[in-house]
Design a binder for this molecule. Structure first.
Ligand code: TYD
Ligand code: MG
Length: 453
């Protein structure tokens, strides 16, 4: 019997070492090494994909005629990928369990009326059929399904069937015959992903690979996985809400400034046609403690509603908590309000919630967050159809944001009447929509005086 070979792998970058080390010499992370059994036997060739004849070519002689992209029925996904899928590309789709990864890709294959193969190590064929019937009234007879988890078999099936699209659900369930560690371990993921990439490049079959996500939002397995594939998409959203946001994290064939929005419904995921206002709760009466901000997700302006609750702290230390917003940034904004603007919030509990259940990173939401807090503290509501788009600096000044014209147009399009922006923003009086009043301010107090007086 061949001797078992053990090795240590860095869970961050996939670096392999024969001995345990505290610090990874490749990526300098601490305590990332885990032990795994790697090979059952030594083999000269461990790849299932046949090697293509290759020799160096002159770059000028490389056939520059681009292979046509494969256009999907889902226009949102086409746009996100930079205008369809490149033949032979490998797309990694990450996201929390239950967010809708399997549904999205199943739907994609059901809409694609050519040979497709869905490999699922997660669910049985019956479960998938059941789900497919919920999504689509007819199942095309070019749709193939397999519950195989052995990568060698999958490569064999793909070579026989030559599908136009291949989905792997998920990379964490795949197993390489020559590697002894459990499915989902670093060496398994690395080897299986390597095989899939080779398969895609030699056959031109585009492959979608689902990847699980860890507690802190990273795609489980080595970071290496993200380096290996061509496109990384991230599926986000809150389970309690029906909205899902698909974000391009890496794209070798397009830019990553795009997002796609979907609604999870009974019959699967539907693209949202007019995403501008989907995060607004649409209440009728005006309540204190809410303010609308205009943020940019990639290149797309979105209106978001920030809700704040300010109340006297019952216990000694006031609580500050935020959902969908960085707590550190919230603390910074509260400190600015206290020190620079003279609002006494030091002994207050402050709770902040961004409606819609997704996390915002655009600092252009600062002014809206601050106004929601002040509105709650004073218990005065902000007039309807009022929005904010500015960042707050440490000195309390109201600072300009990028692509302001685009944000103004979006607010005007959605019927907003008044938009507070920074006085220092350049060319805000260019070609602006007539229906909206743009109010330039340099201090938070100016907005307070105008709205709460
Ligand atoms: P799923 O695709 O299984 O998530 P993942 O593969 O990311 O783990 O999504 C499962 C959730 O989607 C489940 O909670 C039910 C919901 N869902 C719908 O609301 N409508 C539908 O038509 C389908 C198929 C699923
Ligand atoms: Mg799934």
């Amino acid at each position: 019997m061949a001797k078992l070979k053990k090795a240590f792998f860095c869970s961050n970058c996939g670096y392999e070492a024969s001995k345990w080390q505290g610090k990874c010499p490749a990526c300098n992370q601490w305590n990332t090494f885990t032990e795994e059994i790697i090979s059952k036997q030594k083999s000269s060739s461990t790849s299932f994909v046949a090697k293509a004849e290759s020799h160096p070519n002159k770059l000028v002689e490389v056939n520059s005629e681009e292979k046509p992209r494969i256009i999907l029925k889902d226009a949102e996904l086409n746009r996100l990928m930079g205008g369809g899928i490149m033949p032979g590309s490998v797309v990694l789709l990450g996201g929390e369990p239950g967010i809708g990864k399997s549904t999205l890709l199943l739907q994609l294959l059901l809409q694609f009326h050519q040979e497709v193969l869905y490999v699922s190590g997660e669910e049985s064929s019956l479960q998938i059929k059941d789900r497919a019937s919920r999504i689509s009234s007819t199942i095309p007879n070019t749709f193939y399904i397999s519950a195989e988890t052995d990568i060698g078999q999958i490569v064999k099936y793909a070579n026989e069937l030559k599908p136009k699209l291949l989905v792997i659900d998920s990379i964490q369930t795949l197993q390489h015959e020559l590697i002894d560690s459990v499915p989902g371990s670093i060496s398994q993921i690395r080897a299986c992903c390597g095989e899939l990439i080779k398969l895609a490049k030699t056959t031109d079959i585009p492959i979608f690979v689902i990847g699980h996500i860890t507690k802190d939002g990273q795609i489980a397995g080595p970071k290496l996985l993200e380096h290996m594939v061509d496109v990384v998409l991230q599926f986000e959203g809150d389970h309690q809400y029906f909205l899902r946001l698909l974000r391009g994290v890496k794209n070798r064939f397009g830019n990553t400034n795009e997002i796609a929005l979907y609604e999870m419904q009974q019959g699967g995921l539907n693209p949202v046609a007019n995403p501008g206002e989907v995060f607004i709760s649409g209440k009728d009466e005006n309540l204190s403690g809410t303010a609308t901000g205009i943020i940019l997700e990639g290149v797309r302006p979105l209106l978001i509603e920030s809700q704040a609750l300010v109340s006297s702290a019952v216990y000694g230390t006031p609580q500050r908590s935020a959902t969908g917003f960085d707590v550190k940034r919230l603390n910074m904004l509260l400190a600015v309000l206290e020190k620079r603007c003279g609002f006494k919030l030091g002994a207050k509990d402050v709770f902040l919630n961004i409606a819609g259940g997704f996390k915002i990173n655009d600092t252009g939401s600062d002014l809206a967050v601050v106004m929601a807090i002040l509105s709650s503290a004073a218990d005065i509501s902000i007039p309807a159809k009022t929005a904010f788009a500015a960042e707050i600096g440490l000195t309390g000044e109201v600072r300009p944001v990028t692509r302001l014209n685009q944000r103004i147009s979006e607010a005007a399009k959605l019927g907003y009447k008044q938009l507070f922006v920074s006085k220092y923003a350049k060319n805000i009086d260019g070609d602006l929509p007539q229906s909206i009043e743009v109010v330039p301010i340099s201090q938070i107090n100016e907005a307070v005086a105008r709205l709460f007086a």
